[in-house]
Design a protein around this ligand. Structure first.
Ligand code: ZN
Length: 244
């Protein structure tokens, strides 16, 4: 019988299941309603440029996106620049409708041309700068080819970040398709601009971080992760470096 510590096949067998189990149990999941998902794909494919916006959620389930809304933006194939006034209007509108910032200003969603959903250096820099003062935020990217990237960031006990699983949740009732409205939203919000415009989130960066009450941070199961504990933390680090 081969020595289990040195035999290559045995070692591989011993190692693999442990990694898989850990991955499944520790990654939080970002869920989309089928209608939000359909709208996102429709808008991704509506034109040649990237599009970006926010995922909308219910207060009791902050990682379940039930709508994707565009922000007025100037886009090229590789960039999305939101208009500051449009962003401010959007944020105020949502507050007027009775939503809380964590329901509409935490899940930043954008599309990528081609096959890679990996965040660009600009994406990473933007995410850190704009959402770095938020208690938590999600960066979600979907590539034209269908691959996704989702990352959950949180400040307290960190800052730390963790890759997320992505799921479409069919378990609850969902709205039917509405291509006409989606198309109208695309036409009025997305301006194709073949010129590089840098992101300018400064105005709403302040807004986003000012409107958070840390005491009301969702700490229950809706976020599907607990306070970072030592084993969890080491997994986070290895997970991030692996995907860097
Ligand atoms: Zn990007």
């Amino acid at each position: 019988m081969p020595n289990p510590k040195t035999h290559p096949l045995t070692r591989r067998h011993l190692r693999r299941p442990r990694q898989k189990r850990q991955r499944k149990s520790t990654r939080p999941t970002l869920r989309f309603s089928p209608s939000a998902w359909a709208k996102l794909l429709f808008l991704r494919d509506a034109g040649p440029t990237e599009v970006g916006g926010f995922g909308m959620t219910e207060a009791e389930d902050l990682l379940f996106v039930n709508d994707f809304v565009l922000i007025e933006q100037h886009c090229t194939e590789v960039t999305v620049a939101f208009e500051d006034i449009a962003v401010a209007d959007f944020l105020e509108d949502q507050i007027d409708r009775g939503y809380r910032p964590e329901q509409f200003g935490r899940i930043w969603i954008h599309t990528h041309p081609g096959d890679s959903p990996q965040p660009s250096s600009v994406d990473v820099e933007t995410f850190e700068r704009v959402f770095g003062n938020c208690d938590w935020a999600v960066m979600f990217i979907i590539a034209q080819g269908g691959k996704t990237y989702a990352e959950l960031y949180w400040r307290h006990g960190g800052p730390a970040a963790l890759r997320m699983n992505v799921e479409i949740d069919y378990s609850q009732p969902f709205a039917s398709s509405d291509q006409e409205t989606w198309n109208a939203e695309y036409r009025s919000y997305v301006h194709n601009q073949h010129q590089l415009i840098p992101y300018d989130f400064d105005e709403w960066e302040e807004w986003l971080s000012d409107n958070i009450d840390a005491r009301e941070l969702p700490t229950d199961s809706t976020l599907q992760f607990g306070p970072p504990e030592p084993p969890y933390k080491s997994f986070m680090n290895s997970d991030l470096s692996e995907n860097a």
